[in-house]
Design a binder for this molecule. Structure first.
Ligand code: ADP
Ligand code: ZN
Length: 617
């Protein structure tokens, strides 16, 4: 159903889609975005990661006269993107500072000789006179600014080079520009349009929700135990474990390797060559687990990442959204886990204090801490944060909606006891106390410190006697995150905020979850298994593993990321339908003309051998 594009054009677009990409239908907003390009207007398109942005300009580039110029900051990804296009039979090149002189010259020669449909450029290239001359010497179809949020200070990944992109309009007049990004708040959207001087652009604001991702967030109690628990759930599946600091990466990675969980590490402290090698091995599927700082990811394009585990809290919701967005780009169900602690908040806060810009980062930090500590639908919070409505009652894909969190029965009372307790403890003093001490008083544990200060006589002493210390600490942490309590920066002492006073007055109620207990965990595990069975329904898993092995071999031979050969979705389709004729193979998801020619034989042989063996066996 392609809106009201002319009938012939519609057919042409669909034919092109099948012929080059092997797909038979469009994702939401793809058609609209393509129409803006093909009909010569300008546009801003926002689609979640994995939503299929590339197609929105790649396909129109193929159908347009001249060459499209794609500006992207992701230098390390460019080669993969170009390889991917060329593997589909589409002429593309890239130019960036990471290339050798000879490959740069080769690309320039290609562009000059014509016939190239897409040129990927790093932004700083456009500031070079030679690049401008090169582009002026040939016919251009349109410009694409990918990762357009990089243009804005308000975004999470500002790039100075992007600030000069307004010159496109001046230098290449008349030029049409199309901006794409996965994450942009309303402010960032406005900024993109202004900075690029877009002329009444069409705006295609897709839903930023990633409905194939399941989010789970829990306090960090024992990092290695919790990490291993996640890994056990995802045996043989690719995933990324994010840590906050380099030394955490090193220690987690080493411990996991000792325990037999094969993994590689990645952070800015490693030599370039090691980093690149580790990243390539992950992309070629030679290793399935990477332990990394957030430095890892900008250059990674593996579409079948099944889980992202944040071993610590990221510094903003934007970062969380982008980092978790790397899971499940192939559209298959994938999982995001986050372990957080008050320590993470303090670490980020410390970094913010060292920097010149403080207000925006601090607000962002508060938002993510609130997100962690306030139990509610995770999808809804994320979507609302980016200024969109979320209308599902129950997402069915987060710890809250899956009812994995046991909610406290009487949060108002608990909230009041904690607020009253902190007031009690502080009364008449100029200084406060940390969470541990407050919990001891509420629990009624007579420590030396309490005795020494005579706090066993306070009204609040033992007011939460029947609850465990762990429980009380967890309640306090959630109240801090939700803004009812404040942790003073220097000694982490607690005090009550103005909103906290409203809890005491009975006007506001915190939302409090209980710590997870073992029985509940088992129930969750059972549900998860059932879900997995559903995902694999009809798929022959043994055959899938054989096909996957072949894909790894091919990727190694051709030195390309594995997804360029076939995505998991294609392999699952093959492992379910078991095609043994070219005609049937051509019907598989992601099989276009070129892939049919290049890979059908090899993969059909595996299927045939497998079927023969089954019949014999
Ligand atoms: P984004 O850049 O938005 O993160 P990509 O352009 O990398 O996403 O697309 C994600 C995956 O979805 C790719 O493997 C792509 O080939 C696939 N894809 C895109 N459009 C379609 C479609 N219409 N049908 C099926 N798969 C698609
Ligand atoms: Zn939910």
């Amino acid at each position: 159903m392609i809106g009201d594009i002319k009938k012939d054009d519609q057919q042409q677009i669909l034919d092109t889609l099948k012929k080059y990409w092997g797909y038979t239908s469009f994702r939401p907003f793809q058609v609209e975005a393509m129409r803006s390009v093909l009909e010569g207007r300008e546009s801003l398109t926002i689609m979640p990661t994995g939503g299929g942005k590339s197609l929105c300009f790649q396909l129109p580039a193929l159908l347009s006269e001249g060459m499209a110029v794609v500006i992207s900051p992701l230098i390390s990804l460019m080669k993969d993107q170009v390889d991917d296009l060329r593997d589909k039979g589409i002429e593309a090149r890239c130019l960036n500072s990471g290339m050798s002189l000879s490959s740069r010259n080769e690309a320039i020669k290609g562009v000059k000789s014509g016939g190239i449909k897409l040129l990927y450029l790093a932004p700083e290239r456009l500031q070079k006179e030679e690049t401008v001359e090169l582009l002026k010497s040939i016919k251009l179809s349109f410009f694409v600014v990918d990762e357009a949020h990089c243009i804005s200070h308000w975004g999470h990944d500002f790039r100075a080079d992007y600030r000069t992109l307004w010159r496109i309009k001046k230098v290449f007049n008349p030029a049409k520009i199309h901006a794409f990004t996965a994450t942009a708040t309303k402010e960032v959207q406005r900024d993109i349009i202004e900075q690029l001087r877009l002329d009444t652009p069409d705006e295609h604001i897709g839903h930023i929700d990633r409905d194939n991702l399941t989010y789970r967030i829990a306090p960090r109690t024992n990092i290695m135990t919790q990490v291993v628990n996640v890994l056990k759930k995802h045996e043989n599946e690719p995933g990324i474990i994010y840590c906050l600091r380099r030394k955490d990466v090193d220690s987690v990675s080493e411990k996991l390797n000792k325990m037999g969980y094969k993994n590689l590490s990645y952070h800015a402290g490693l030599p370039d060559s090691v980093r690149h090698e580790n990243q390539d091995m992950f992309a070629r599927e030679e290793v399935d687990i990477i332990v990394a700082t957030v430095a890892f990811g900008m250059g990674i394009d593996r579409s079948n990442i099944r889980f992202i585990l944040h071993a610590a809290m990221p510094k903003s919701i934007e970062h969380y959204h982008q980092e978790t967005g790397r899971a499940g780009r192939d559209g298959l169900v994938s999982f995001c886990y986050m372990l957080y602690g008050g320590m993470d908040y303090r670490t980020w806060n410390y970094f913010i204090e060292q920097s010149s810009e403080q207000e925006i980062p601090r607000d962002k930090l508060k938002s993510i801490y609130n997100f962690c500590t306030r139990p509610q639908c995770r999808h809804k919070v994320l979507v609302n944060y980016f200024g969109q409505e979320y209308d599902k009652e129950n997402c069915g894909a987060c710890d809250y909606c899956l009812k994995e969190l046991d909610m406290v029965e009487d949060p108002a009372l608990i909230g009041q006891k904690i607020v009253a307790g902190i007031d009690d403890i502080r009364r008449g003093r100029t200084y406060g106390f940390g969470g541990g001490h407050v919990a001891n008083v509420l629990k009624g544990t007579l420590t030396d410190k309490i005795e020494h200060m005579g706090q066993q006589h306070l009204k609040s002493f033992g007011s939460m006697e029947s609850l465990s210390l762990v429980f009380i600490r967890y309640m306090i942490e959630q109240m801090v995150g939700q803004g009812f309590l404040k942790r003073e920066e220097e000694f982490s002492t607690l005090s009550v905020t103005d909103t906290g006073r409203l809890v005491l007055a009975g006007e506001l109620t915190p939302i409090l979850a209980k710590p997870l207990i073992a029985a509940k965990k088992n129930k969750i595990e059972k549900k998860r298994k059932e879900q997995r069975e559903k995902d694999w329904e009809g798929v022959d898993e043994d055959l899938f593993q054989l096909l996957r092995k072949k894909r790894t071999e091919l990727a190694q031979e051709e030195r390309v990321p594995a997804y360029i050969i076939f995505g998991d979705k294609s392999l699952k389709n093959m492992a379910a339908s078991k095609p043994v004729t070219l005609e049937d193979f051509a019907k598989m998801y992601g099989v276009g003309d070129r892939k049919l020619k290049a890979h059908a034989g090899v993969f059909m042989k595996i299927i045939t051998d497998y079927l023969l063996q089954m019949n014999r066996g």
